[in-house]
Design a protein around this ligand. Structure first.
Ligand code: GLA
Length: 859
């Protein structure tokens, strides 16, 4: 009867074509229709029960779930599309979606926001002459929970009801979502994979060719490609088409997504991998390129990522520096052209340029507001992050540096790119860093949930000038002031060429018998007996020409056979592409680490590559050196971490030469700089903290800069506290300062190591720098105020406290002779402390104040 009415209506509407009965949409093959949860249901809601919108039941229609898409090839055979739309009652009044209908890619209906409480809407569309009809339901930008969407009573009136519309594969979208971030890929009608540009005001469908997700050289893409392949026949074009997507749930609520692409002519497969950590707003990303053919192919470019931004006003915060002056920030607006931050040092990524940066989407980056996305490439070798601005959009291409790195794949071989880590925040750099830190403690560094011991290192105190007796002498005062770990630095090894300066001994990893006649075990045991752990320094990748190793194996070093050797610190890099070198380094590490009592190792690498050349690699594979070095190094690091799971590993490369998440996943912490001047460290730690949590940043108090010891210790206490100092040279008052610092630190280090960081006053902006850390439960907060120049006595305002909790204030590690803060012992609610702040007792230069806010019930 109802169908009859429609026919009558159509006739009344004046369509005199031979209109047939309306066909219920639910009678079509729905197997191609997509749904964000479960599968679309014919004549039932997504739960399989009766369709129902605001208590009205519908016998016919389709129940689906955002995001959902149905594409129908109508072949110009349809006249009208009618439906009643709304969120199904099974959502219990929850959910919010948007319904859209496209006719031949033109938007012909848009519901606006439809919530679980909105009344049903009726659609009646003239689609005469339309070839492609698309029915789309998307979430309302707030996640897709409860988005049960009904196309109730949906019907198509056809001219000829013998010719049913054909359901096509949906215009497939692949959505990668984290708490505040959404990356969308779209499969085009040409089966290419496109990326919806980040920040685009509107979704462009179909996507333009410029939006191709992983641009390939030779496929009509006229900008810098992410992938350049030379096929076995010399052809330089690649044209990848979408094959499928696979989503796998991982532990910790993470998800891995693999999007498979395949060249439409050549036997080449490229998988785009993503690992999503929705709660922490982190996306890790890498590529796997697979040569499925019979011949050899060459990869000339193989970026890890190539995100596209529709933000012509994008700002880039990046970091540059030098030895002992790492990590200087600079923020700039990207302008048309290519801005490239890159490094070609071979054995390390950082020092001059960091492989970590921030893209700010709303103008210059700010601490507390604006959308920002941090990127960090997990790679310790040559890298490039190139930002190509084409006048309206920016493409970020990050990965191994393509320079001199052509990589050949034989039949059946694959290549995996380094991982790119992206962290997103809608509330500025502060929130971005806290997310990064939470992710890093969980997935980026080892044992990120275990606070670190305080440590004394002998390097700044003794340099190379020590023997067992001198080191023995350092132990009792170290134990007495409260250290928990003693780390013996460079200079303990070498026999024929003893390591008594930096010109000899590297490579000969046997204890120097003159300095340690019974090996290293006695000194390790001595430390243990005095209540400390014992750590040791190694530099397994290097050799001094004055060494037995070099005498025996001059061909084991990276060099160019007809060039004079270029030394840095009188040393050369061993060629890790050579299996014997891998084996040698592995046993050197094993021998050192298995010394009884050794439970910590500082792994150093004091030079980079300036003469790339390998006597091991064949002449047509010399370009593999850069990449193979780093991958083999990771294998060595991974073996070490696996074989010595209880040994703490500190990452060092002549200061901050290897500060990246590629190496850090095998390490507990890193040495950020050979510059231990406390004033410089305030800024350095601030800038590293954009990406790295305090638990991973070694901060050793030393005499460098000659600053008051109270200030220097307070700076170290805001990261992983250590000291590089000769305790025997200190006055009684200075010893008391060290003792007070260590004792206070032990009481609150869990807040520094495991809590949330709030950067409050930047050392780059004024006379003072302030940061505070808040424990995960917001029970405690530790605030550090560093007066860098003398200035006005302004109050400091903590951040991140629970506004309703009341906190009592205590000054910790007070400077002797200085009155405590006036508010010492007072209690107020979190919001009052945050609004009113605390007036400090000093504003004199190079003085520090440490405040603890303790929730009253926790005292
Ligand atoms: C590098 C490190 C220092 C120290 C020396 C030892 O420079 O950064 O901390 O270990 O090597 O040679």
């Amino acid at each position: 009867m109802r169908e009859l009415c429609v026919v009558i209506l159509l006739v009344l509407l004046g369509d005199f074509a031979a209109a047939a009965d309306a066909v219920p949409l639910s009678a079509l093959d729905l197997s191609q229709m997509s749904s964000g949860w479960s599968v679309p249901k014919a004549n039932a809601n997504i739960m399989g029960k009766a369709l129902s919108i605001r208590d009205k039941k519908f016998a016919m229609g389709i129940g689906t779930h955002a995001s959902s898409r149905l594409r129908l090839q109508l072949g110009q055979n349809a006249l009208r599309f009618r439906s009643v739309i709304g969120i199904d009652d099974s959502a219990g009044g929850q959910g919010s979606v948007q319904f859209r209908v496209f006719a031949d890619r033109q938007l012909v209906f848009h519901s606006g926001t439809v919530t679980g409480k909105s009344p049903a809407q009726r659609i009646d569309l003239d689609i005469a002459g339309v070839d492609l009809l698309e029915l789309v339901v998307d979430d309302n930008g707030d996640g897709s929970a409860n988005d049960h969407a009904d196309w109730a009573d949906a019907k198509l009136t056809l001219r000829d009801d013998k010719r049913l519309p054909q359901a096509l594969a949906p215009f497939e979208t692949i959505d990668l979502k984290t708490a505040s971030f959404h990356l969308r890929f779209v499969v085009g009608d040409d089966r290419r994979l496109y990326q919806a540009p980040i920040c685009a005001a509107e979704e462009q469908l179909p996507p333009s060719r410029n939006q191709v997700a992983y641009p390939q050289g030779g496929d009509g893409y006229v900008w810098e490609p992410a992938l350049q392949v030379v096929h076995a026949d010399g052809d330089r074009s690649t044209s990848l088409r979408f094959v499928d997507v696979e989503r796998t749930g991982l532990e910790d609520e993470r998800e891995q997504v693999r999007i498979r692409l395949q060249d439409d002519v050549y036997p080449l497969q490229v998988d785009l991998y993503f690992r999503l950590d929705p709660a922490r707003d982190v996306i890790e990303e890498w590529r796997h390129i697979h040569n499925q053919g019979e011949g050899k192919i060459a990869l000339e470019r193989m970026a890890s990522t190539s995100w596209l931004f529709d933000a012509p006003d994008l700002h880039l915060l990046h970091f540059h520096g030098d030895w002992a002056d790492e990590m200087n920030p600079i923020a700039e607006k990207l302008t048309p052209g290519v801005k490239s931050i890159a490094s070609l040092l071979g054995t390390r990524a950082t020092q001059f340029v960091a492989p970590s940066f921030v893209l700010s989407l709303d103008g210059p980056p700010q601490e507390q507001q604006g959308r920002v996305i941090a990127g960090s490439l997990a790679w310790s070798g040559n890298f490039q992050a190139a930002f190509e601005h084409n006048g309206s959009q920016v493409r970020a291409l990050c990965g191994v540096h393509p320079f001199g790195s052509t990589y050949y794949l034989d039949a059946g071989e694959g290549f995996q790119t380094p991982t790119m880590i992206w962290v997103s925040s809608n509330r500025g750099l502060g929130e971005m860093s806290r997310k990064f830190h939470r992710w890093a403690r969980k997935h980026g560094i080892r044992d990120g949930d275990k606070p670190r011991d305080t440590l004394l290192n002998n390097w700044e105190a003794t340099g190379f000038d020590f023997d067992q007796q001198r080191i023995e002498g350092l132990l009792p005062p170290a134990a007495e002031v409260g250290f928990e770990l003693f780390l013996l630095d460079d200079g303990w090894f070498g026999d024929k060429y003893p390591r008594v300066n930096d010109r000899a001994g590297l490579g000969d990893w046997r204890p120097n018998p003159k300095r340690f006649p019974d090996g290293m075990e006695p000194i390790a045991q001595s430390a243990i007996e005095q209540g400390m752990r014992f750590g040791i320094w190694i530099e397994p990748e290097m050799v001094n020409p004055q060494s037995v190793l070099y005498e025996q194996h001059p061909d084991w070093v990276i060099r160019q056979p007809h060039r004079d050797l270029d030394y840095q610190r009188t040393q050369l890099v061993l060629d890790l592409t050579r299996p014997e070198v891998q084996q040698f380094e592995r046993s050197a590490i094993q021998e050192t680490l298995k010394t009884r009592g050794v439970s910590c190792v500082k792994w150093d690498a004091n030079r980079y590559v300036t003469q790339p050349g390998s006597a091991y690699l064949p002449s047509n594979q010399q370009t593999h050196l850069w990449i193979d070095y780093t991958n083999n190094l990771y294998q060595l690091m991974q073996q070490t971490a696996r074989e010595f799971p209880q040994t703490e590993l500190m990452l060092c490369a002549g200061g901050g030469g290897r500060v990246d998440y590629g190496a850090l996943r095998y390490f507990h912490e890193f040495w950020p700089s050979d510059n231990t001047d406390a004033v410089r460290r305030v800024a350095l730690q601030w800038d590293y903290s954009y990406f790295f949590p305090a638990i991973s940043i070694c901060s050793h108090t030393s005499e460098m800069g000659n600053h008051p010891l109270h200030f220097a210790t307070a700076v170290s206490m805001s990261a992983r506290l250590g000291m590089d100092i000769d305790l025997a040279e200190l006055s009684a008052e200075e010893i008391a300062t060290c003792r007070s610092a260590i004792a206070a630190y032990k009481k609150f280090r869990d807040v520094i190591h495991l809590g949330d960081l709030h950067r409050i006053e930047s050392p780059h902006d004024g006379a003072r720098s302030v940061v505070n850390f808040v424990s995960p439960e917001k029970e405690r907060a530790i605030l550090f105020a560093y007066q860098l120049k003398s200035g006005a006595r302004r109050v400091v305002k903590p951040q991140g406290l629970d506004p309703q909790k009341s906190y009592r204030l205590f000054e910790r590690h007070p400077q002797s002779g200085r009155p405590p803060v006036a508010a010492e012992g007072q209690s107020m609610r979190g919001h009052e402390w945050m609004e009113q702040g605390v007036r400090l007792s000093t504003s004199a230069a190079i003085q520090a104040t440490i405040l603890e806010f303790t929730a009253n019930e926790a005292t």
